[in-house]
Design a protein around this ligand. Structure first.
Ligand SMILES: C[S@@+](CC[C@H](N)C(=O)[O-])C[C@H]1O[C@@H](n2cnc3c(N)ncnc32)[C@H](O)[C@@H]1O
Length: 431
């Protein structure tokens, strides 16, 4: 185990705190005893991203390191936070520390954490010291992400690298993200992925500065920072010509992902996270990978995270102690109906695809089979149940098995009933 820190710089967050203010994340409830409101009550919004990380990262570790001789991979958390919330709920560093421990027989997961706020950094090192296995290799840096990215990439070396970029506000520049994704690596495949939190609020608020005729020097600096983060000023026109900030931010998020794709060849998946109170996403996660398995697994993980998030957003009705009746929780029945609808929709799509093309090949046909209504919502369980219906009907072969579904190749067969009716057609006319 290694633990290294750097001297405290009291001004280190002067820019970061500006991002923090424009991100809208600073509005957490103040609770006595905590010095960071984010880590007291903002954990609600984190349910999606943490479930996503918890589901996806072990898949990344399993697949990418399986062909590495030393079974080593690296996890980098550029905006690591305190490690855990003040009530003990795991933040991203603690979630990954649990994976380091849980997978240590088969994988060596080396970790690199960066945190700019001194009190968070101190708490983080304590949480990690308490939870990392003794033999684990991990470093914590106190400072700005941008100042430690190069070191973090060097730390990964030739091992597969998964980087989580989760700022309150604007995060690393476009060029820095491109440099990470394009890092040179000896060995087969790039094995470099980034999961980035593209917090809408930061862009929508700061974007509003574009409309000011006389922005303050601070606002001008923030706009320049936005240009650097987004890779140029291409987003200004989009912002100024959009009817609403929400449509502008949605287009800017896609434009950003497309631009990263052009510079790196990485495919992207954008995951908007909405709650019941807001129609617009409260934040968006974007994932970059070069591998089809990465695309498949992040979609699966997003669907699982969506389920956890819906459940979190629909707590059971509070029981009234004075009341004779307990209120029934409508959520389980709602969720069951929702998921049954997904299976029907996938069955419909798969049936049409089979009739049209005579085959279903995964992951190639994932978009068509899930369709816009269930892509990123339904997961393997629903896909399999839908395909099994077609198999049982006798129109799809072979049987879809859960463990091989991501590479499934099914072809159309004529059902017995059709075969029989064809046989009748060729009988000689009866006289
Ligand atoms: C959204 S929180 C991180 C949450 C954490 N990733 C998790 O999932 O539990 C963002 C963190 O980034 C830190 N931060 C802000 N600006 C930073 C910068 N430029 N470099 C590194 N960390 C920064 C903040 O102090 C805060 O702890």
């Amino acid at each position: 185990m290694t633990l290294e820190g750097e001297s405290a710089d009291p001004d280190i967050l002067s820019t970061g705190l500006d991002d923090y203010a424009i991100s809208g994340e600073a509005g957490g409830d103040e609770v006595a005893g905590s010095d960071d409101p984010f880590f007291v009550s903002k954990k609600a919004a984190a349910v999606f991203k943490h479930k996503l990380l918890k589901t996806y990262f072990p898949k990344f570790a399993g697949k990418t390191a399986s062909t590495e001789a030393d079974k080593r991979l690296a996890y980098v958390d550029t905006h690591a936070g305190r490690g855990a919330y003040d009530d003990g709920t795991a933040g991203s560093p603690l979630l990954v520390a649990q994976d380091v421990a849980g997978l240590r027989q088969s994988r060596q997961i080396d970790c690199f954490f960066i945190e700019a706020k001194k009190s968070n950094y101190e708490r983080l090192t304590q949480v990690l010291a308490n939870n990392m296995p003794a033999e684990a290799r991990w470093h914590v840096r106190h400072g700005r992400a941008s100042d430690h990215l190069r070191e973090a990439v060097d730390f990964a070396g030739n091992a597969p690298l998964f980087m989580f970029i989760d700022p309150y506000g604007l995060g690393p520049t476009f060029d820095e993200v491109v440099a990470v994704l394009n890092r040179p690596r000896e060995g087969h495949g790039s094995k470099t992925e980034v999961l980035l939190n593209f917090i809408a609020m930061a862009f929508s608020r700061a974007g509003g500065y574009l409309r000011l005729t006389d922005p303050t020097p601070q606002q001008t600096t923030t706009l320049e920072h936005l240009d650097a983060v987004l890779g140029g000023d291409w987003w200004h026109d989009i912002y100024l010509s959009s009817d609403t900030t929400a449509t502008a931010v949605a287009e800017i998020a896609k434009g950003y992902a497309d631009r990263i794709n052009k510079k790196t060849g990485c495919a992207w998946t954008l995951m908007p996270v909405r709650d019941r109170a807001h129609k617009q996403p409260i934040y968006r996660l974007v994932h970059f990978t070069r591998h089809p398995d990465g695309l498949w697994e992040i979609r699966e993980a997003a669907a699982q995270a969506g389920a956890a998030w819906r459940k979190y957003c629909s707590p059971p009705p509070a029981s009234d102690e004075g009341s004779l009746f307990t209120l029934e929780d409508p959520f389980p029945a709602e969720e069951e109906a929702r998921q049954a609808g997904w299976i029907d929709a996938i069955e419909h799509n798969a049936r049409e695809l089979l009739a049209r093309r005579g085959e279903i090949v995964l992951p190639r046909d994932a978009h068509e089979v899930f369709g816009p209504e269930t892509f990123g919502q339904a997961w393997l369980k629903h896909l399999r149940q839908a395909l099994v219906r077609l198999f049982k009907e006798g129109i799809l072969e072979p049987k879809p098995l859960a463990r091989e579904l991501s590479k499934y190749r099914g072809h159309a067969v004529q059902p017995d009933s059709l075969r029989r009716s064809k046989a009748v057609e060729v009988l000689p006319p009866q006289v």
